[in-house]
Ligand binder design. Structure first.
Ligand code: ZN
Ligand code: ZN
Length: 559
């Protein structure tokens, strides 16, 4: 049995049961929300090209600087510097350098000379200097003798390229020595490759001719690959003449955002500029950008240059996208969950009491089927001063009259049974007079009596004091008239031989009350009968031995 049960459970499929609400307002709201979500998804897809597969750029860059400047060192003849002079030795592969200021130390030879006081060690005697010692900022290795540097200071002698470089700070005269480098031009050549699409392109476009490159200006043509250094520094937010003194680093960014689809093909570079080093030279300890290089006359003699200048770093980044069916499917799949927002919003709306009350519906009750735990017992109760029936949880400690209501439901009339009963209605016969008892405190109708079981303590009225339902003529007719009850019992058991017992009559009377007051009780709830009605029925059909079943009996056995 167990095995076959399991097999049956395996060979089954569970699906979700839905509730359809016929409402113009909810329907149009649903379509509006869904249309909004769809619009959002489409806009997002077209804007971010979510239907494309993307690849990152691979690139190479070269830069060619052109320009000539005249340099006038103090007290010397002017010299002309061309790109071979001011470019310095080549730096990183994606950058170029332009010298704008220099400290020149001419005719250096290998030899012995006094160190500058700022770089070396000051001394008074030969003992202050140590042969072979070396200071971090020193230009050479100490020879061990203390010599005169100038009229004021004596320093340790070093073995070095002599004379040693005397200045540290860049010469502060403005304009800088090579301030005219502002007018230099640079041609940037950038080749890019998107390996995934095997797509190659240059920033010098096929339609650009030699004459175009000599004529084009960045001011009116954003694609022109020829830049003036002054413009580059200016667009990076700097000032060339101040930057020329101490040097600096400028980033030239080339961004490729390519769309390789046939209809919307577009693949052009966009240039932007940014200063990469610290702008405020007085706030940084080692400002600007500089390095040293030497030009050798012979092996023994050289001229040392400490070059200050602007380094331009060219950074290329970007991506290319091309339509991909897989990406489109993945994107559509990932957006399906957005439609759940509609459900969440609508469920919240029909769950809010204000909307549901406005529509006169209790949607959540229709939507959710609640099944009680076996241990707890739900009772349904009807009060004569209320239209609906209430479901309450049975408690063995709390009086049924005082138990909190779980929910309120409309009563389902059992019309067929009612009609049949009314057809059988006889003329009322005088029912036994009811003895007067003092009602307990929870009773509102004045007809109830106390019970040892709290779950039996239920009045026929909820709040207002008033007449008892058990004193009504219809209660009398439906539940207390022996001929009617006997007729009903015969209707149930047409061939019964013996006259019905008092217990059977009571059961029938209880059922009459339930069908009258509660209609068809909800499937998962047990009907509860007010104490006053139970007492009237017991008085009408007393048990011969004076014993009655308790609540459990009244609701299970007696019914
Ligand atoms: Zn009462
Ligand atoms: Zn009552």
């Amino acid at each position: 049995m167990g095995v076959s049960g399991n097999v049956v459970a395996l060979c089954s499929y569970e699906t979700t049961k839905l509730v359809r609400i016929h409402s113009v307002r909810l329907g149009s709201l649903k379509w509006t929300l869904n249309a909004t979500v769809l619009l959002f998804i489409c806009v997002l897809m077209l804007w971010n090209r979510k239907y494309q597969q993307f690849d990152q750029v691979v690139s190479s860059v070269t830069a060619k600087v052109k320009g000539v400047a005249r340099m006038q060192l103090p007290g010397e003849e002017a010299v002309i510097w061309d790109e071979a002079d001011y470019s310095g030795p080549s730096q990183d592969k994606n950058s170029f350098f332009v010298v704008t200021n220099v400290i020149v130390t001419k005719n250096q030879k290998q030899g012995r000379c006094p160190e500058t006081p700022s770089s070396g060690r000051r001394c008074r005697h030969h003992n202050d200097c140590k042969r072979g010692a070396w200071e971090p900022h020193s230009h050479g290795i100490q020879t061990g003798s203390c010599v005169k540097f100038d009229a004021l200071a004596r320093t340790c002698e070093v073995a070095a390229w002599c004379p040693v470089e005397a200045k540290h700070k860049p010469p502060r005269f403005t304009p800088a020595l090579l301030a005219s480098a502002e007018k230099f031009t640079v041609l940037i050549k950038n080749n890019i490759h998107f390996p995934a699409f095997n797509f190659i392109r240059r920033n010098i476009l096929p339609e650009m001719t030699e004459s175009y490159l000599t004529r084009c200006q960045r001011g009116n043509d954003s694609l022109c690959p020829v830049f003036t250094l002054g413009d580059v520094v200016h667009q990076a937010g700097g000032n060339f003449s101040t930057m020329a003194v101490e040097g600096g680093v400028i980033g030239i960014q080339i961004k490729w955002d390519c769309n390789l689809d046939h209809l919307t093909r577009r693949c052009l570079p966009a240039y932007s500029f940014r200063r990469l080093d610290q702008k405020e030279s007085n706030k940084t300890l080692s400002p600007g950008f500089n390095f040293r290089f030497a030009k050798y006359k012979t092996v023994e003699e050289r001229t040392l240059y400490k070059a200050f200048g602007i380094r331009f770093d060219i950074m290329v980044f970007g991506q290319a996208g091309k339509f991909s069916f897989i990406q489109l499917v993945v994107y559509i799949g990932s957006t399906l969950s957005y439609y759940a927002l509609t459900t969440v919003l609508m469920d919240w709306l029909i769950g809010t009491t204000c909307y549901a009350a406005e529509e006169g519906q209790n949607y959540s009750e229709r939507k959710v089927e609640s099944i009680p735990d076996k241990k707890e017992c739900i009772l349904c109760v009807s009060y004569v001063d209320e239209e609906n029936i209430r479901l309450v949880k049975m408690s063995r400690k709390k009086r049924l009259q005082d138990v909190k209501t779980i929910c309120v439901q409309t009563r389902k009339e059992d019309i067929g049974h009612m009609m049949a009963t009314l057809c059988l209605l006889p003329d009322p016969q005088p029912s036994p007079t009811k003895p007067q008892r003092r009602p307990p405190s929870w009773c509102k109708c004045g007809g109830c009596s106390g019970s040892p079981l709290p779950q039996e303590e239920l009045c026929c009225r909820r709040s207002d004091e008033g007449a008892c339902v058990a004193t009504s003529a219809l209660f009398d007719k439906l539940s207390l008239q022996r001929p009617l009850l006997e007729a009903l019992l015969v209707y149930q058991e047409p061939l019964a031989q013996t006259p019905p017992s008092a217990a059977a009559l009571r059961r029938c009377a209880y059922r009459q009350y339930i069908v009258w007051r509660l209609g068809v009780p909800p499937a998962d709830a047990r009907p509860a009968i007010p104490r006053c009605c139970v007492m009237r029925i017991r008085e009408a059909f007393p048990s011969p031995d004076g014993r009655y079943g308790g609540f459990a009996l009244a609701n299970e056995a007696e019914m």
